[in-house]
Ligand binder design. Structure first.
Ligand code: GRF
Length: 218
């Protein structure tokens, strides 16, 4: 029998800046768009990120883990692992998170990390394509359509399996800034919560299936 009221997957959202994508996730949980997952933790790479304010306003626990303060990538990832364990996290969402995670880390969390990228992968992605640089490159190339992509994170930057994409038109007078805003509003804030719901739903289904197979009641 299908479990009608499963325990939601505990989500950690990793951020570095303004946190508008975090806000979209928080709003989606409030409205019920996100119901198979629960935002249980925010991890910021900077103590100055406005995303921390958003977490506080929503009553979500938040911690700052700075690679610089902790003394490098290995120490940062150790601290991150411990924090994720402490909060019993099942899904990691990268939402404007500016640190690249090591291959060891991503392998340990295979299909357990998703990221939002502000272009239609495989265009304008990979190393060096972050923030406004992505939109500058799209305008320079003269493409007429861009968008956003949510994908699983593996050891290749922006190279993991694609979960969802949404296209956004480029207008003749666009600047990198106007384009960035349109891509966020019309694509990122919509597909990130939907993808988080989709992945959490699949995780819960897989868990139920496993429980049924082993004879336990799901
Ligand atoms: C977004 O454009 C995201 O795609 C990119 O960084 C930006 C983060 O914005 N990776 P915010 O912190 O969610 O407002």
């Amino acid at each position: 029998m299908k479990n009608s009221n499963p325990v939601p997957v505990r989500i950690a959202v990793l951020v570095s800046g303004g946190g508008t994508n975090l806000q979209a996730l928080l709003d989606a949980e409030k409205s019920g768009v996100l119901h198979s997952g629960h935002i249980s933790l925010v991890v910021s790479s900077s103590s100055k990120a406005y995303a921390l304010e958003r977490a506080a306003l929503s009553g979500v626990p938040a911690v700052t883990l700075s690679r610089k303060v902790l003394g490098g990538q290995a120490a940062f990832e150790d601290a991150l692992e411990q924090t994720l364990k402490k909060y019993r996290i099942g899904l990691i969402v990268l939402a404007g998170f500016m640190n690249i995670l090591s291959a060891e880390f991503t392998k340990r969390h295979d299909h357990g990390i998703i990221n939002i990228h502000p272009s239609l992968i495989p265009s304008f992605c990979g190393e060096g394509f972050y923030g406004l640089h992505v939109h500058e490159a799209a305008l320079r190339r003269g493409v007429k359509v861009t968008g956003a992509t949510v994908h699983f994170v593996n050891e290749i930057p922006d190279g993991g399996e694609i979960i969802m994409q949404k296209a956004v038109p480029i207008m003749p007078r666009d600047t990198p800034e106007t384009l960035q805003k349109r891509v966020m509003r019309r694509a990122e804030w919509i597909i990130l919560p939907r993808s988080a719901e989709h992945v959490c739903e699949q995780m819960l289904e897989a868990k139920n299936k496993k429980a049924r197979k082993s004879g336990g009641k799901a």
